[in-house]
Write a protein that binds this ligand. Sequence first.
Ligand code: A2R
Length: 301
Amino acid sequence: MHDHARTTLRTHFDIVESPDCDIRAHLSEAVRASIRGVACRTGIDRRFIDALPRLEIIASYGVGYDDVDVAYARSRNIVVTNTPDVLNEEVADLTLGLLISVVREIPQAASFVRAGRWSATDYPLSPLTLRNRKVGIYGMGRIGRCIARRVEAFGLPVAYHSRRPADGVAYDHYPSLLDLARAVDVLISIVPGDLSTAKSVNAAVLAALGPQGVFINVGRGTVVDEAALVEALRTGTIAAAGLDVLADEPNVPDEMLALDNLTILPHIGSASVSTRTAMADLVAQNLVAWFENGAALTAVP
Ligand code: A2R
């Protein structure tokens, strides 16, 4: 758990800690029987929940809660909370940074200078540009909207795919991800990782994006068919990609590391000191609100 959350929680509660989710191995039955709330930044499965007979609330650190068995928690009347909204702008900033980095080769150009090569020659012109592109956003929720506003400010048209048209946005809605991919040449994924999105960015979607296509993922790695992405980047089916999230973090497939047209970041979308502190605050506030008023602040739907 984030230190700030730990410090705040200590002022309200008695705290016991487990280094991983195998709490039966780390905490005695008596201790487990006394636990009523959990603050976590790791997967919480059925076994974990069953090990805590008096559990009332799981406060998860992060907006995505795909690694918490919410259905099982609900069946046991346990509330699950996440940390939405406080990270929206931070993740959207990183998204545009990653997009520009991929298209204009910023990491490669910076490495070129550091390697002392500038005195010998100019850095090659970037084959790709952001100019005259059309951007498709896969997911138009809290973060998707923040990304869309930034893309608009860059002078680029926005379209999006979600299962239902999003309230209060005027961008073109595509009921099909494949049709969206056909209509744009940048695809940004910011949907949750769950069964409905698993491997949905597949070979057909990447082919539809086309040879000038750029794919950016800042949502969840499981949304991408990674083997299809590697193949699309290797064969020029799309031009380039940027990933802040992978299916099996922190393991990076060797085939990905071998690709020059792929930029991988270590899941840093929300990872500034101030935003992570705000997320930690929200974890603590959810637990405090639950035990003081019986109502969590940001329960997952
Ligand atoms: O489909 P809708 O109408 O529920 O729209 C949501 C969309 N979405 C999907 N779109 C297409 N196919 C799906 N199977 C599907 N499932 C969800 O993703 C909505 O537009 C968006 C999610 O928005 P929020 O719930 O507000 O999430 P937020 O805060 O923007 O975060 C998105 C994800 C997190 O779940 C983490 O995995 C990651 O970004 O950090």
